[in-house]
Design a protein around this ligand. Structure first.
Ligand code: GRG
Length: 289
């Protein structure tokens, strides 16, 4: 088994457990027993947990010991990601009845509850951060700031805003799609996951920047792979994606360049840190090849 599979198999269950435990800790069950199962349905339904895995992979790559509060901080982004999927599935957005092979939250519990469950998950992300009392407050503040920047109007929400214009059939270009939609909508949260690792380790700003760049390149490649998969399933889909705009071969070459730029960041980190082992983060990139 390679390092990536070993690492994922070790940490996915621990991430799931932390999410479940923290859901009880921040639980509305004392005052709202009806919403509790809705939140659990949205949060604990079998995602890959890619973003927390990336934060933990940074810690592991620098040979750091991962504490329970490191794990907690790594999961904050997953609460945000979970909310974004619930809202993305709503009738006013992508209008999807299914998510991860089961009914989407609004299809199961109703539209209004879909909105409210998303709102609660987003708020909980930051509440969970306040539970990580053993983390140095300056480091935690950097994580919180990065998450807010990359989840909000300067990140995922802003990218989703432009994505909605794409859904309305606007004429678009490759540059517009990459800069206005893919980067903020998908790559921003993924780059947060890398930065969170750098902040937890209190790495110098230049190294955090390399992690951010790795994350942005990886995140764009991740979105492009998702497009390629969708395009293979349905090339006539109405929403314009990169393969629609420039064709499959050119899209694959954009992805290959992004992966190669991400590898460059790993090499630079390895040059300045003797204790940095690039293999695991390299294997995350290999998942997209
Ligand atoms: C509603 C503000 C708001 C934003 C929604 C995340 C998102 C923004 C939309 C999802 C659309 C989509 C399919 C994007 C492609 C890349 C992506 C984020 C896929 C889903 O992430 P995974 O593969 O999902 O990490 P799992 O299920 O493993 O958690």
């Amino acid at each position: 088994m390679n390092k990536f599979s070993q690492f994922s198999q070790e940490w996915q269950p621990k991430i799931n457990q932390k999410l479940a435990d923290d859901l009880v800790l921040i639980s509305p069950s004392r005052n709202n027993t009806e919403m509790q199962p809705m939140l659990a349905y949205a949060l604990l339904n079998g995602g890959k947990r890619l973003r927390p895995l990336l934060t933990l992979a940074v810690l592991q790559s620098f040979q750091a010991k991962i504490s329970p509060d490191d794990l907690r901080v790594a999961t904050m982004v997953e609460w945000v990601h979970s909310y974004s999927l619930v809202h993305d599935d709503l009738p006013a957005m992508d209008n999807d009845q299914y998510r991860r092979g089961q009914l989407s939250v609004h299809a199961k519990f109703g539209h209004a509850n879909g909105i409210l469950v998303g709102d609660a998950l987003l708020t909980a992300a930051f509440q969970v951060g306040t539970l990580a009392s053993s983390i140095n407050p300056k480091r935690l503040l950097k994580v919180i700031n990065s998450l807010a920047l990359r989840a909000g109007v300067t990140g995922m929400v802003g990218g989703q805003f432009y994505d909605m214009q794409n859904h309305q059939g606007q004429a678009i270009t490759k540059e517009w799609l990459l800069d206005k939609v893919y980067q903020p909508k998908t790559a921003a949260l993924i780059s947060h996951a890398l930065l969170a690792g750098g902040y937890l380790l209190d790495l110098p700003a230049a190294d955090c920047d390399l992690l951010r760049q790795y994350g942005e390149n990886f995140g764009l490649a991740f979105q492009i792979q998702d497009d390629l998969d969708d395009y293979q399933q349905d090339a006539d889909e109405e929403i314009a994606s990169l393969p629609h705009l420039i064709g499959v071969a050119a899209t694959q070459s954009v992805k290959a360049n992004l992966l190669s730029d991400a590898r460059f960041c790993l090499r630079k980190l390895a040059q300045s840190h003797l204790n940095f082992n690039a293999e695991l983060l390299d294997q995350f990139l290999q998942q997209l090849e």
